[in-house]
Design a protein around this ligand. Structure first.
Ligand code: FAD
Length: 450
């Protein structure tokens, strides 16, 4: 009797260039596609609100595309290791395939599950689908992982080039009677009371087809100006691929090869390199979201949390136009331009003296591209405690940044028009607060030397 193959989808919600799906098709038995919403396993970080919104729509799109090709996406909820193992038994499956994850708790789950399934005599195989280079393949001469980006990326580029993307399957041969699925609507991933997702709906179309269209559009129309205009938030010059990469609607391999094919993409590809660097850092340092990568920063003398200030920052009411514009863009669309992310996060940490973890959590809840590597990695970079971080004494001046990157004020006008930040006074004096931050950082430095 045929023992079906299960493809366990995770952060790879696509059909094209999906090695796990390809392996299942090659095995030749009927296929069941599975997605598990795991909010219970120890250490797995519960998704933020904007991420849940994206996930809902991306799963709806994936389910539809699988159905058109002949297979069913089954949804289940619960601790993944247990749910998958029971599912495999109930479905009398002969094989399970997935693409690898690189966070600590996820790797623990996957390793235990792999061992358990093999004991049950089920074939299991995992694949590289979400990163261009596997973290254990990029090491220094001494066999350790890199803590500085430039040599890291040079080492990546010296490895064999990322494999070519796999073609999208035209058919996925499903089982005749698919196991029961949860209803996506019952998962309650979409906000309801209140429904704050209007701006997200206007801005984004989740799902693989839109991701592929966006990649083509970017390469055809924006790549040529990317190096020049990528830092200008009003220019619309960046790819907007971050949520698509976060959810795996398009693979980094596809982005890599199509960019290489389009020519002059070195700078853009190095941004994908930062994504790799963040994920490799998480792989080697699973506590990235909570612990300073440089332990001496744990001694940073954070003042007691000033909730009023934190809230003013979250709501875009700091009186600093570029920061407020960014925070409004984030709240409305689930996205913020990279330059503005740097300025807004630096302002929180270095002018308001609020622990970066509070900012990281807010971004985690509000970004559609929030992921467990890029978000804490970049926050630590800004705070000065991270890998290849901005030096602690680099305090972005939001006014100079605005002059340089938004000279005609277009971005600021777009996102602050009609909001209180047009009229309110700055929450802090930029010069004074900068001095206070530098004094606090001095204490960390002295502690490190002592
Ligand atoms: P592009 O400029 O078109 O870059 C292409 C791709 O490269 C991006 O889609 C992204 O996958 C990757 N990339 C670009 N810059 C970075 C970077 N600095 N670090 C890692 N990868 C990068 N990015 C996330 O994907 N998720 C996050 O949760 C996230 N949190 C951030 C928090 C802070 C405080 C800061 C300063 C940056 C954060 N970033 C995060 C990085 C960056 O801001 C976004 O990846 C970028 O703005 C996405 O827009 P884009 O796709 O148009 O980028």
């Amino acid at each position: 009797m045929a023992r079906p193959s299960i493809v366990w989808f995770r952060d790879d919600l696509r059909l094209a260039d999906n090695p796990a799906l390809r392996a299942a098709i090659d095995r030749g038995e009927p296929i069941i596609a599975l997605y598990v919403l795991d909010e219970e396993s120890p250490g797995v970080r519960a998704l933020g609100g904007a991420a849940r919104w994206w996930l809902h729509h991306s799963l709806a799109s994936l389910g539809e595309r699988l159905r058109e090709r002949g297979a069913t996406l089954v949804l289940r909820r619960g601790p993944a290791a247990q749910v998958v193992r029971e599912f495999v038994t109930d479905a009398s499956a002969g094989a399970v395939f997935w693409n690898r994850r690189y966070g600590g708790p996820e790797r623990t789950i996957d390793a235990a599950l792999k061992a358990g399934l093999r004991e049950d005599d089920v074939e299991v195989a995992s694949f590289a689908g979400s990163l261009l280079f596997e973290p254990w393949t990029v090491t220094t001469g001494a066999g350790t992982h890199f803590s500085v980006f430039t040599p890291f990326w040079r080492a990546c580029l010296a490895l064999p080039a990322p494999r070519s993307p796999l073609p999208e399957p035209r058919e996925v041969d499903g089982v005749r009677q698919a196991p029961a699925s949860d209803s996506l609507d019952d998962w309650g991933l979409l906000p309801q009371h209140p429904d704050w997702a209007g701006g997200l709906r206007e801005t984004w179309e989740p799902g693989e087809p839109a991701a592929r269209r966006r990649l083509r559009d970017f390469l055809d129309h924006d790549l040529a100006a990317y190096d020049r205009a990528r830092d200008e938030p009003a220019a619309g010059a960046t790819s907007l691929l971050s949520p698509r990469l976060r959810w795996g609607e398009v693979s980094p391999h596809t982005v890599w090869h199509e960019t290489v094919g389009a020519g002059h993409g070195g700078r853009f590809l190095s941004e994908l390199g930062w994504r790799e660097f963040a994920w490799h850092t998480l792989f080697h340092f699973p506590g990235l979201a909570t612990e300073s990568l440089r332990p001496e920063f744990d001694a940073f003398p954070w003042p007691p949390l000033d909730r009023t200030r934190l809230e003013a920052w979250q709501r875009g009411r700091t009186g600093i136009p570029l920061v407020d514009a960014g925070m409004h863009e984030l709240w409305t669309t689930g996205y913020m331009h990279n330059r503005v992310r740097m300025v807004a996060s630096s302002f929180l940490v270095k002018n308001l003296l609020i622990d970066w973890r509070h900012g990281e959590q807010w971004f985690w809840d509000t970004l559609v591209d929030a992921d467990e590597a890029n978000n804490p990695f970049n926050w630590q970079w800004v705070a000065g405690s991270g890998a290849d971080a901005a030096p602690y004494f680099r305090v972005f001046n939001p006014e100079l940044q605005a002059k340089k990157f938004d000279p005609d004020g277009r971005y600021i006008r777009e996102w602050t028009a009609g909001t209180p930040s047009e009229t309110i006074d700055p929450l802090v004096d930029l010069g004074e607060s900068r001095k206070a931050a530098l004094a606090a950082y001095e204490r960390v430095k002295r502690g490190a030397r002592a």
